[in-house]
Design a protein around this ligand. Structure first.
Ligand code: NAP
Length: 463
């Protein structure tokens, strides 16, 4: 890798680091090395793999503040948020170390099958898939990297990681924890550079058995079309709804939306993008939400008082600004926010949104919530389902019947009753339906997706 490029702060443009720019030839070398390293890593006993991961977890804990500084500098999220993200690193690795050592199979009751007797014994065996290509986005540069690499390594795979071009430094710092913990050479390689250039070489290679991708639906669709016969996990885009019914605790719901719509400047796949409010409580809800949103301190990510920092780039901030302007053109009303200063957009509330307008239908990935009204729980649930996406959803109600109806009827991978979709425990299954993707993350689920099941039959003779 001879070329390098600089990584810049989205807040003030200062240089925060320099990384190699990998070529397609580098990607191929990385896959060869991963294939070689897999041969010994897969034969390393689970307890030794777990010990290395536990050490990596300890290093991630010790380096948490340094990693948070890197996240905030290259991503533009506030230091407060970056510290929250970095502090989960050690725990994700520890969970993976444990789950990766629990590769149980089951015995098969073969004699229940007509014509088969007791002379045979059948069971299943889980084994690592092989070479994993992990491709991650910019918005949670630590969490989303670790949710792939830690379970993949724990079960005995080798990994080639391609982090987002805007946030490679966090990935490199996390990889260093594994190297320093004693992970053998070649088992984890980070290649930095452009996804558009490297993507096809990584995902089409027949030596790669699994592609784990988190990013936009457009890129995920392309990957699915070229990857060929291999295992795929696609964690993609969304337009997450929250339903607020007329019996909800309005103050509580407004408080949750004021968090869930704006954390990380709305650049979260489970961000609250749409709020569908029962018409009877619409005025009360907006009155409760507005002061909370206006109180969010935005600005310099490194300032301790800043809650919400920048978008990832000026181009993204311009895109979000124009989506908000388009919403107003489409007939919606801007209640507060939406002003852009460089890469910062003040938190916005948009009301009277036509559920079919672009601000509701298309992923915004910015700090604004779009509010529409409904006249019943059934209509609100239908509106919640009325986009191409299905990642997360939330409903605020005190009525158990409506809560159960929402749980059963909303087509989303994760449904929160009395909270917004912006909540995640690292061990829970996490992934979308519809255009939001296929497959699940969350440490135990990822362990399942990063392994393959074999069926073993011992053929004895009747005694
Ligand atoms: P993106 O543009 O799709 O990029 C994601 C990753 O894919 C980056 O590493 C990118 O590399 C790489 N890439 C680009 N073109 C590629 C190609 N042709 N083949 C293979 N890889 C390629 O997404 P993003 O803007 O970074 O992230 C935002 C999106 O991620 C949103 O849609 C969000 O909803 C989604 N997301 C989903 C989840 C979830 O769990 N469902 C979680 C977080 C984010 P470069 O950076 O070099 O272009």
């Amino acid at each position: 890798m001879s070329r390098t490029e600089t990584v810049h702060s989205p807040f003030d443009g200062r240089v925060v680091g320099e990384v190699a720019v990998a070529s397609v030839a580098d990607a191929e070398i990385a896959i060869s090395q991963a294939a070689k390293a897999f041969e010994s890593w897969r034969r390393t006993p689970a307890n030794i793999r777990a010990t290395i991961l536990m050490k990596a977890a300890q290093l991630a804990d010790e380096r948490s503040e340094a990693i948070a500084q890197i996240i905030s500098a290259e991503n533009g999220k506030s230091l407060v948020e970056a510290r929250g993200e970095a502090s989960r690193s050690g725990e994700i690795i520890r969970l993976a170390a444990f789950e990766g050592s629990q590769l149980y199979g089951h015995t098969l009751p073969l004699d229940a099958n007509k014509g088969t007797g007791l002379e045979k014994l059948g069971f299943t065996l889980r084994q690592p898939v092989g070479v994993v290509v992990a491709i991650s986005p910019f918005n949670y540069p630590a969490l989303l990297v670790l949710h792939k690499i830690a379970p993949a390594l724990a079960v005995g795979n080798s990994v080639v990681l391609k982090p987002a071009r805007t946030t490679p430094l966090t990935a490199l710092a996390l990889a260093q924890c594994f190297y320093d913990a004693g992970l053998p050479e070649g088992v984890l390689q980070v290649i930095t550079g452009s996804g558009a250039t490297l993507g096809d070489a990584l995902v089409m290679d027949s030596r790669v058995r699994k592609v784990s991708f988190t990013g936009s639906t457009a890129t995920g669709t392309h990957i699915a079309s070229v990857a060929g016969v291999k295992k795929l996990s696609l964690e993609l885009g969304s337009s997450c709804p929250v339903v607020v019914l007329d019996d909800a605790d309005i103050e509580y719901a407004a408080n949750a939306v004021a968090l869930g719509g704006y954390i990380n400047a709305g650049q979260v796949c489970i961000s609250v993008q749409r709020v569908i409010v029962h018409e009877k409580v619409m005025a009360d809800f907006i009155a409760a939400l507005k002061p909370k949103v206006e109180a969010i301190v935005v600005g310099d990510p490194s300032a301790e008082s800043t809650k919400v920092g920048t978008l990832i780039s000026e181009a993204e901030a311009l895109r979000v600004e124009s989506s908000i302007a388009q919403a107003i053109n489409d007939g919606a009303k801007l209640i507060t926010g939406g002003e852009r200063t460089g890469t910062i957009i003040s938190p916005a509330i948009i009301t009277e949104v036509n559920p079919l307008a672009s601000i509701a239908q298309d992923e915004l990935f910015g700090p604004a919530v779009a509010i529409s009204s409904a006249t019943s729980a059934t209509e609100a649930i239908a509106l919640a389902n009325n986009t191409a996406y299905g990642l997360g959803a939330g409903i605020f109600t005190k009525n158990t019947d409506f809560a159960i109806q929402a749980a059963r009827e909303i087509d989303a991978g994760i449904i929160h009753i009395n909270w917004t979709p912006l909540w995640r425990a690292d061990l829970m299954p996490y992934g979308g339906l519809k255009s939001s993707g296929v497959g699940k993350e969350g440490v135990r689920s990822t362990v399942e997706e990063m392994t393959e099941e074999k069926t073993i039959i011992l053929h004895g003779r009747p005694w």
